[in-house]
Design a protein around this ligand. Structure first.
Ligand SMILES: [Zn+2]
Length: 296
């Protein structure tokens, strides 16, 4: 009876203490989860850094979800933002995917819409205090678009800097990967991507379907060298599948994800500490006002 009384007293005391000192909750890194007052705090804590994970809606072989690239980019961005605090923009999948318009589920917006939406998204992020934007791209078909988009930022002055995360090949990681790899050709929805989705969303991988179509390069334009044409992808991979997704492992997936998280979190840290890109960019914009005054 005495011990029950002590327990009750302790319980009341602890409950009282909890009520007096509400715990300061850590800020979410996810844009859409923040309240407006917490958003203001988040921009400050992130030191103006926002990640824009960029996916796409497209077929990924016969066995992976349409949103594969979105899942990959968001997982890498989210884990990196938890290592080095910054804010992660909500799901974004409005990119270049004309080459898969023949496949079910592809959402291919026009080039004008893609361009305007991306520019206005960046401009709006800047207006909300994010002066350092890092695009984390999960879709190979966006690579050329994003390089050109970044270069186009020099056309007129911006009050923010925009960059695309570009991971480096790390020799230690490459060795680990080589030991695990079972296939000698890999690409879209192949061994690497299947492994990544098995690590991120295993419930969405239809492993038994991976061999129902071929992901082998058809080499249909091999006899026309020295050129680039938009139809190259369809000519080589008509099934919108490159590689063999029947071979995969969660271990490989985790290595691939973690390697990207490691480098991205380092980039976030460096970008927080350094204003170099912004300073050089500002000097450039000044010089563009009158090229004749630029020192020759
Ligand atoms: Zn992909």
């Amino acid at each position: 009876m005495k011990s029950l009384l002590i327990t009750v007293v302790l319980f009341v005391l602890v409950a009282g203490l909890k009520a007096q000192a509400p715990q300061e909750q850590a800020l979410s890194t996810k844009y859409e989860e923040l309240t407006a007052p917490n958003f203001v705090k988040a921009v400050k804590q992130a030191e103006g850094v926002c990640l824009l994970p960029f996916g796409i809606m497209e077929k990924h072989g016969p066995h992976l979800p349409l949103g594969t690239d979105l899942f990959e980019a968001r997982q890498v961005a989210t884990l990196a933002s938890e290592k080095e605090y910054c804010v992660v923009f909500p799901p974004y999948y409005f990119g270049q995917i004309n080459e898969a318009r023949n496949q079910p589920g592809t959402i291919a917006y026009s080039p004008e819409v893609i361009w305007k939406l991306l520019q206005e998204t960046c401009d709006e992020l800047s207006r909300n205090g994010f002066k350092k934007i890092i695009i984390v791209n999960g879709h190979g078909g966006n690579n050329d678009l994003l390089n050109y988009f970044c270069m186009s930022q020099l056309h007129s002055p911006k009050d923010y800097v925009l960059m695309v995360y570009k991971p480096n090949e790390d020799s230690v990681i490459m060795n680990q990967i080589a030991k695990l790899k079972k296939t000698n050709y890999d690409g879209h929805a192949g061994e690497n991507e299947t492994s990544m989705i098995r690590a991120i969303r295993p419930d969405l991988v239809k492993a038994d379907q991976a061999s129902t179509q071929s992901g082998v390069d058809q080499h249909r334009l091999a006899d026309i060298p020295f050129q680039y044409t938009g139809i190259w992808w369809y000519a080589q991979y008509p099934n919108h599948y490159a590689g063999d997704g029947s071979q995969s492992s969660v271990e490989l997936g985790n290595i691939l994800v973690n390697a990207e998280v490691e480098q991205l979190s380092k980039l976030i840290k460096i970008v927080k500490q350094s204003d170099k890109i912004g300073v050089i960019q500002k000097a450039f914009y000044e010089d563009t006002k009158n090229p004749l005054k630029t020192k020759q």
